[in-house]
Design a protein around this ligand. Structure first.
Ligand code: PMP
Ligand code: GLN
Length: 382
């Protein structure tokens, strides 16, 4: 065997590494992003009934019609535009599969994909497997806002795709209407495909509007917009999501999906179809639900020497730990887990090249009060 790897930069993800370390040391795990409270009972009940009713075989490749119809209705309710359920919506095994498919559907070997650092960890490996190159453009290190001039300057004749993520993991930063205008201006007249990762679309705070690419006709005609039921319904382990794209892009996307997984977990498709149709307003309380958690967590952090950064959306709180330690973030995260029993996620793995001297840790507040209280009790001793 040739001792070779197609992904020399890839090891075990930081989420897995930190979750394992947390388990070994009995630490409160505010690292990997997952809720520790229950899935809506109606959804669990619908899933159980779907299995009992015999919905246990392959679903149609693109997703069951009832779910695609429900997604079309939900999209119209949220963004005032209804995608065609047959030609523009594809159900996937989580957002991760959708991101992989979208990249492989359109990006060829030798082409370039612009990503905005820090960015989610699954982007670059998928780009590299396509034989393409990720071009990293940094977000502002203080505010995590995009620098559109830098994005424009990074475009070359080889640029095939631009990937954006709002609300943003890990910072929680959100695109403004001005960002969406800049995005349209930059892409106009190019063949660049936009991949808009909107998995935290409903977790937005303080009355802000989520600026979906679907709100802008100029953008949606060139975009894959990717959503995840895992975030919206507190069930990250069910791994169901979807991609919305114009018919021609969806057709290419489906060619990859067809031979990647063929179809996604059938019973949960029935469960989400029922849930969305019966409780179409579910996602509308999600912002308030998480805003309450965010506000309580931030108030409690005041009792510690960790300095919270603003959180416009998503369920992660960045904290500046420079008053506590000068360790680099990977070492700090390990030290905090081993010595103080609280686990967070360092930011440097989200970068090709992290800003020198950055002392930030990501803490997930999608947690029960009890979990947060235990973490704060430990963090206040730092
Ligand atoms: N994109 C971002 C920004 C994420 O944070 C996540 C998961 N936390 C994903 C994509 C993947 O979502 P899924 O679990 O549905 O695959
Ligand atoms: N998306 C989750 C996070 O950012 C992690 C998911 C995973 O472990 N792959 O924490």
């Amino acid at each position: 065997m040739r001792p070779d790897t197609k992904l020399p930069k890839v090891g075990t993800t930081i989420f897995t590494v930190m979750s394992q370390l947390a388990a070994e040391h009995g630490a409160v795990n505010l690292g990997q992003g997952f809720p520790d409270f229950p899935v809506p009972p109606r959804l669990v009940d619908a899933l159980t009934r779907a299995m009992q009713a015999g919905h246990n075989q392959y679903a149609p490749m693109t997703g069951i019609p009832a779910l695609r119809q429900a997604i079309a209705a939900k999209t119209e309710r949220c963004y005032g535009w209804r995608p065609d359920a047959d030609t523009e919506i594809t159900v996937t095994s989580g957002a991760t599969e959708a991101i992989f498919n979208a990249i492989h559907a359109v990006v060829r070997a030798g082409e370039e994909v612009i990503v905005l650092d820090p960015c989610y960890d699954c982007y670059e490996p998928a780009i590299e497997l396509a034989g393409a190159t990720a071009v990293h453009v940094p977000l502002d290190p203080a505010t995590f806002a995009p620098d559109w001039d830098a994005v424009r300057a990074a475009i070359t004749p080889k640029t095939r795709m631009l990937m954006v993520n709002s609300p943003h993991n890990p910072s929680g930063a959100m695109f403004t209407a001005a960002d969406m205008q800049a995005l349209q201006d930059i892409l106009r007249g190019t063949d660049i495909v936009l991949l808009s990762d909107e998995v935290y679309e409903h977790i937005v705070f303080d009355g802000a509007r989520h600026e979906s690419a679907l709100l802008y006709p100029d953008l949606r005609e060139r975009s894959f917009v990717i959503s995840s039921f895992g975030k919206t319904y507190h069930c990250t382990g069910w791994k169901l999501g979807y991609a919305i794209a114009p018919p021609a892009l969806s057709a290419e996307f489906r060619k990859v999906h067809q031979y990647n997984v063929f179809c996604s977990f059938t019973p949960s498709q029935h469960a989400f179809a029922e849930m969305i149709m019966q409780e179409p307003e579910h996602h509308e309380q999600l912002g308030a639900f998480y805003q309450d958690k965010r506000d309580r967590f931030r108030a409690q952090l005041a009792a510690t020497r960790l300095k919270p950064l603003p959180v416009p959306g998503g369920y992660f709180q960045l904290v500046d730990y420079s008053a506590v330690s000068d360790l680099p973030d990977l070492e700090f995260a390990r030290w905090l887990t081993v010595e103080h029993g609280v686990t967070g996620i360092p930011l440097s793995p989200f970068y090709a090249s992290a800003p020198a001297g950055q002392r930030l840790l990501r803490l997930c507040f999608a947690k029960n009060e009890d979990t947060v209280n235990r973490a704060i009790e430990r963090l206040s001793k730092l």
